[in-house]
Design a protein around this ligand. Structure first.
Ligand code: HDE
Length: 703
């Protein structure tokens, strides 16, 4: 069949068949083609020429050499060879989702920007949440900051709020950014580690950059280990300005607060998730959207005047500082709902081009020197990534309001402007675009004085006070996690002088923290603290900086796994499933075989996941329902023993029935308030809504 010669009419009838519906056909190469019914358009080259055969290249004879004239092969392979574009140097790995922003409270007093004044108006958005250090193919769950970039397609043009899930940054001045990124990325001689801060070059740079100490506290906290992208906050970081219709400006900081509350994982859990599901966060978002469980954030602002800013005990233009909520309260003004997964990952998530310089009339920049550098960098990056100054014409980047100007030509120009006039002002055209002196974009009328120079203001000199405030604001467990993360990371640093320098910095933040880390690193004497450029101020602890304090008492957005095997009690499984589902959790049945298990009554219960590929790190709490026989069999199965042992070690609630006790015993599970009877689903649901923090001391040594 494969080599049989066909007449032209035979070939034509074969071609017709391939466009028709619902038939299977044997291609010349022997592959079986199944069509799904319906009308299939002709498969063509990029020039629109229909292909008669997409399985075989043109050869001089059936076993002969390929022919250069095969334009179909070359068209296809050439395009394939150029499928990749340069990935982002930072924030390469990401999840992007469409949605909308809705204003609930007007800021008319402060700004002319319609998106912030028209209550009830829904503005489409595209939000991209990313890791920073790893490449596009890296895992979703390294210890890393998450980028939180939102493109608002407003009626007055696109506004990009390109922030992170941490409200401060490592450095104060844009000129240091390439060094920071070179230090954190894989080391250039060896090409690793991919996506990790736990290595010499990162900590070497940090130990020589005291301004990064506040951010170091944040990244060593569990903020960098989010449970879900739906459970992170977002921050615009820099101060921006709002400008009202009298031309007055007010400073503003932007915040996103997740409706599901904040939640993080535990380091050991994160490491195991990275192995169990490299796409853990992307999949979680995809599944949530597919289930109609749309993630939502509140949008809030902190507003303050120049005079108020002058009274702050720090400089708000310094991106290593935040404004505590206790000092300037958050005002919630809207919400964002993400409700539509992109049609195509490359066209949308990969090609979306955010630029902090994309603002709309009524929103303006502050003098933050980091922001000022960013205003240049992103446009430049897009030129290199997307290859053309016309990147704004790509559908995901194009404004959804009319836009028009006299810019022309360039690589991959998609527009065909008409007429003679391509300049402004002109008197030859009746309909060419003109300036809008009133509604058009105006910069805040700020006067600047002073001496030009490469200087850092004195007001940026305090590097430790807010780092100390952050640490002291945490709960006991969160402090222990920060100390342990520092020990873990610095233990991966080969150079002793770098480890010592870091502990020296910690002494300015909090002596007890420094001692814990020094002990964890096995130091026999405390290293000296470096000279501090400014005395450390004592600031009031701010509980809003915690994660535990911002967790919500809910199972919404959380997942529960029920482990079953042959002989399990089906009624009990159903009872637990019902209670968990009603509490808002997604429930998955895990069994040794994906086909399911034969329940006590003889009926089959199908499984959502096979035990070996569905470890308990993928759940927030687990229930184990087993017969005596089932428990006996699973006690010999390391995946089952790890399932319960990890759930216990990761401080999760465990419900177990009588039969399951044997497995718990093999896994050496202790008994505490989080280990409950599977028959008491109310107790299980209550315990599942939180982590069993008090258990932690019994399962690991923390610094
Ligand atoms: Fe970025 N950053 N950045 N950054 N950044 C990029 O732009 C840069 C900074 C942030 O989902 C790049 O389009 C400089 C702070 C996010 O596509 C690049 C400086 C914050 C994203 C770039 C900073 C961010 C980027 C790479 C110091 C938090 C991903 C690809 C002045 C407020 C956006 C791209 C997306 C991406 C440069 C500092 C957040 C190279 C020079 C501070 C969320 O242009």
């Amino acid at each position: 069949m494969a080599n049989k010669k066909m007449s032209v009419s035979e070939m034509r009838s074969k071609k017709k068949e391939s466009h028709g519906g619902g038939v299977a056909r044997q291609a010349a190469g022997g592959e079986l083609h199944q069509t799904a019914g319906g009308h299939h358009p002709a498969l063509t080259t990029n020039q629109g020429v229909a292909l008669s055969d997409n399985q075989n290249s043109l050869k001089a004879n059936p076993r002969g050499p390929a022919l250069l004239e095969d334009f179909i092969l070359r068209d296809k392979i050439t395009h394939f060879d150029h499928e990749r574009i340069p990935e982002r140097i930072v924030h390469a790995r990401a999840t992007g989702v469409h949605g909308f922003f809705e204003l609930t409270s007007s800021l008319k007093k402060y700004t002319t920007a319609r998106i912030l004044t028209e209550v009830g108006e829904k503005t489409p958005v595209f939000t991209r949440i990313s890791t920073v250090a790893g490449g596009a193919g890296s895992v979703d769950t390294p210890r890393d900051v998450r980028g939180f970039a939102v493109k608002f397609y407003t009626k007055e043009g696109n506004w990009d709020l390109v922030g992170n899930d941490i409200p401060v940054f490592f450095i104060q001045d844009a000129i240091k950014f390439p060094d920071l990124i070179h230090a954190v990325k894989m080391e250039p001689d060896r090409g690793f580690p991919q996506s990790a801060t736990a290595h010499d070059t990162f900590w070497d740079f940090i130990s020589l950059t005291p301004e990064s100490m506040h951010m170091v506290m944040w990244i060593m906290s569990d903020r960098t280990l989010p449970r879900s992208l739906r459970m992170i906050e977002g921050f615009g970081i820099h101060s921006f300005r709002l400008i009202n219709d009298s031309g007055e400006s007010t400073f503003v900081k932007f915040h996103w607060r997740p409706k599901l509350g904040l939640q993080s994982t535990i380091w050991d859990e994160t490491v195991k998730i990275s192995g169990a599901d490299q796409d853990f966060h992307r999949r979680d978002m995809f599944d949530a959207i597919a289930a109609g469980d749309f993630p939502e954030w509140e949008f809030a602002v902190q507003l303050f005047t120049q005079e108020e800013a002058e009274r702050f005990p720090f400089d708000h233009l310094d991106a290593t500082k935040l404004i505590p909520e206790e000092l300037v309260p958050l005002k919630v003004i809207g919400r964002m709902v993400l409700d539509r997964w992109p049609n195509n990952f490359f066209a949308e998530t990969e090609q979306v081009a955010y630029c902090p310089s994309h603002v709309v009339p009524g929103i303006d920049f502050s003098n933050d020197p980091l922001l000022q550098g960013r205003l240049f960098s992103y446009q430049d990056t897009q030129l290199s990534r997307l290859g053309s100054p016309n990147f704004h014409q790509i559908p995901i980047n194009a404004p959804k309001c009319p836009f028009s100007n006299q810019q022309r030509d360039g690589h991959m120009q998609m527009e065909q402007p008409e007429g003679r006039v391509s300049y402004e002002p002109n008197s030859l055209s009746k309909n060419s675009p003109r300036e809008s002196p009133v509604e058009g974009f105006h910069s805040a009328a700020i006067s600047e004085t002073g001496e030009k120079g490469r200087v850092r203001p004195e007001s940026f000199a305090d590097h430790y006070s807010q780092a100390r405030q952050f640490y002291l604001s945490q709960t006991y467990y969160e402090q222990a996690h920060i100390a342990s993360a520092l020990v873990f990371e610095l233990s991966k640093v080969d150079h002793l002088h770098v480890r010592e320098a870091m502990v020296g910095h910690l002494r300015h933040i909090e002596e007890d923290l420094a001692k814990r880390v020094a002990a964890g690193l096995g130091f026999d004497k405390m290293p000296n603290a470096p000279r501090a450029a400014s005395p450390v101020q004592e600031m009031k602890p701010s509980p809003a900086l915690q994660i535990i304090g911002k967790m919500k008492d809910t199972l919404k957005g959380r997942a529960i796994g029920i482990l079953i095997a042959d002989g399990s009690d089906g009624a009990l499984v159903k009872k637990i499933k019902k209670a968990a589902t009603e509490a808002g959790a997604a429930v998955k049945i895990v069994a040794p075989k994906v086909g399911g298990a034969k329940l006590a009554g003889g009926s089959m219960m199908s499984a959502d996941g096979q035990l070996a590929g569905t470890p308990s790190v993928l759940f927030d709490a687990v229930a184990i329902v087993l017969s005596d026989e089932g428990a006996k069999a699973l006690s010999l199965e390391s995946a089952a023993v790890d399932f319960v042992r990890d759930a216990f070690g990761h401080l999760k609630a465990i419900a177990a029935d009588e039969g399951a006790q044997a497995l718990l015993k093999t896994a050496n599970i202790g008994h505490d308030a989080g280990v409950v009877s599977a028959n008491d689903e109310t107790a299980f649901i209550a315990a599942a809504k939180t982590r069993q923090w008090s258990r932690e001391k019994s399962v690991r040594t923390l610094a």
